[in-house]
Ligand binder design. Structure first.
Ligand SMILES: CC(C)(COP(=O)(O)OP(=O)(O)OC[C@H]1O[C@@H](n2cnc3c(N)ncnc32)[C@H](O)[C@@H]1OP(=O)(O)O)[C@@H](O)C(=O)NCCC(=O)NCCS
Length: 183
């Protein structure tokens, strides 16, 4: 076997006057060795399928004080179904904040994630100075598991980003959303 068949020589620019070895002349690694890009094993067949489009789970949050539902914000789960986890993102309109709505919406979203979407873990990132957010997430069932130092900006200053998670096994209380969706 010719052990040097993947080695090539190519001329250097004219002024150097010498040749140099160039390694790895194959443009791509062999197909069956190409990494799948996921953290779980997948069959070769699935690896070469086009990726499945991710289906975000989106909720509109309504205020109900007036009797008529008034849109007040959005909550989103960004699932990674290969590992049954999701990132959580919430945004309330300024006038809807500080009334307990963020806590309630977050708790209902976790309820849905664990009892309907069959997720195992939900996580989020929140800027460390966002104490209202951190407090609301803790009350809803998240806990702080770490931080990314100097990962964000708050009022023009760098700040850490807090990482929080919630796991299905620790989610307490009966499900509110399951009876609503399965009856
Ligand atoms: C973050 C957000 C979802 C929280 O929702 P919310 O409805 O305002 O929060 P809640 O009223 O349910 O709870 C807030 C809690 O924080 C407390 N809080 C408010 N400001 C605080 C502060 N500066 N320090 C400490 N606690 C504070 C409140 O007292 C309340 O706790 P309590 O019920 O024990 O008194 C909402 O404010 C929001 O959408 N903000 C803008 C977007 C955003 O920051 N999104 C999150 C990105 S990760």
């Amino acid at each position: 076997m010719d052990r040097h068949r993947h080695l090539r020589t190519r001329p250097l620019p004219r002024r150097s006057g010498r040749d140099v070895l160039a390694l790895g002349t194959r443009p791509h690694p062999p197909r069956r060795l190409r990494p799948s890009g996921t953290r779980v094993p997948r069959s070769t067949h699935r690896r070469h399928d086009p990726p499945t489009p991710r289906r975000d789970i989106r909720f509109t949050i309504y205020r109900l004080e007036s009797g008529e539902p008034v849109p007040a914000g959005v909550a989103t789960l960004l699932p990674d179904h290969a590992v049954r986890t999701a990132e959580y993102i919430i945004m309330l309109a300024p006038e809807a904040r500080g009334r307990g709505l963020g806590t309630q919406a977050t708790r209902l979203t976790l309820d849905y994630a664990f009892h309907i979407a069959n997720l195992r873990m939900v996580w989020l990132k929140v800027l460390a100075p966002n104490q209202a957010g951190i407090r609301a997430y803790e009350k809803a069932g998240f806990r702080t598991v770490g931080s990314l130092r100097e990962a964000g900006y708050w009022l023009g200053q760098t700040c850490d980003e807090v990482i929080m998670d919630a796991v299905a096994g620790e989610f307490e209380g009966p499900s509110i959303v399951k009876p609503l969706l399965t009856n």
